[in-house]
Design a protein around this ligand. Structure first.
Ligand code: UDP
Ligand code: XDX
Length: 321
């Protein structure tokens, strides 16, 4: 491990219990805080998370000023559930409709930059099964108290359903793809225990200067780009204990893995560390047994291409007509 990473781990790692919501509510002064939940078909979990944030961190303690849910083309009533729980809900395609064409989680997060009013934005996945308000309090701690911190990632144990005791059985793409890639090409980021964690927070003005990769490339893209733009010491992590969420299937994580590999490749090419000859293929052929009598395998081509939205600040707001 690089000496700078060892020093960073010591200096820039804290724990949720180090931070008190009431104290931070006072310390934040006139800074507004928005919690953003990107949600695609999360009606089973989004309501409890929004209610938990609203009651504990808006009503009981005035730490959070706004809860935004970006409805990411849900078909299960997510928007209604989130609104009934007290969130302000925006459909991702209804935000800046003049900017059509983005896809996936990264698009939902990028669109939140055009509607969230916070000076500090906290991103929380809407499929969490273990959410508690100190997830938000912990992520806010370093940002509210240290102007030198621009971005904070959660870290936690990630047990996988069916293997509750194993802290790192979950985060399969992290362990099999992202962590190896980061250690090979961005060893300064080796101190992040959960580089793909879906809970993180940042200063809105900094995030508005960053490009957002589409789909599931957004977390790796932001981490690598923020390292370059802001430097390692502007980044921090907070130990939130344990995180459980609705896990995707392994084939679906294969698509996620390919999107993350594409994201890493674009950054390596952009920085001149990799010369791209023929462009990488973006079709991932997966397999399943067909329903024919002989049960032969059937190929399932999956699209893994990523795209990238420019920094929000680089776009001129549409003229008011
Ligand atoms: O097109 C998408 C895909 C995902 N998500 C949300 O992004 C978060 C993380 O996605 P997911 O749970 O699919 O990823 P995982 O946690 O399984 O890696 C969840 O709140 C999803 O609802 C989204 O808003 N739009
Ligand atoms: O960390 C991971 O390997 C993946 C999959 O986690 P699991 O193996 O389902 O626990 O989950 C994360 O990665 C996504 C891509 O960055 C994020 O968008 C998710 O929020 C995060 O849960």
């Amino acid at each position: 491990m690089l000496p700078e990473v060892e020093a960073w781990l010591d200096r820039r790692t804290s724990r949720a219990r180090d931070w008190d919501a009431g104290v931070l509510a006072g310390d934040k002064r006139d800074q507004r805080v928005t919690v953003v939940l990107p949600a695609r078909d999360e009606s089973a979990t989004v309501g409890r998370i929004v209610t938990s944030i609203r009651t504990a961190l808006c009503e009981d303690v005035p730490l959070v000023d706004e809860i935004v849910v970006i409805d990411s083309r849900s078909t299960d009533g997510t928007a209604r559930v989130a609104a009934e729980a007290g969130a302000t809900v925006y459909h991702q395609d209804a935000v800046r409709p003049d900017l059509a064409g983005g896809e996936g989680k990264g698009e939902a997060l990028w669109k939140s930059l055009f509607v969230a009013t916070g000076d500090i934005l906290v991103f929380v996945d809407a499929d969490l099964l273990s959410f508690t308000p100190d997830y938000v309090t912990g992520l806010l701690g370093p940002l509210v108290t240290d102007p030198g911190v621009a971005y904070v990632k959660a870290c936690y144990d990630r047990p996988l359903k069916g293997s509750p005791g194993e802290a790192f059985n979950g985060g399969r793409v992290t362990e099999l793809v992202a962590r190896p890639l980061l250690n090979q090409y961005w060893p300064s980021l080796a101190g992040f225990v959960q580089p793909l964690s879906g809970e993180y927070a940042g200063r809105a003005d900094v995030l508005r200067r960053m490009p957002f990769v589409s789909h599931y490339g957004v977390e790796l893209g932001l981490l690598v780009d923020l390292l370059e733009a802001e430097g390692l010491d502007a980044l921090a992590q907070v130990d939130l204990g344990v995180r459980e969420h609705t896990n995707q299937s392994t084939p679906d994580l294969g698509v996620m893995a390919a999107q993350i590999q594409h994201t890493a490749r674009t950054r390596l090419v952009r920085s001149g560390r990799l010369v791209e000859g023929d462009p990488a293929a973006t079709t991932l052929v997966q397999y399943a047994r067909g329903d024919t009598a002989d049960g032969a395998y059937v190929p399932y081509p999956r699209e893994t291409a990523i795209s990238e939205r420019p920094p929000a600040d680089s776009l001129v707001e549409p003229a008011l007509v």
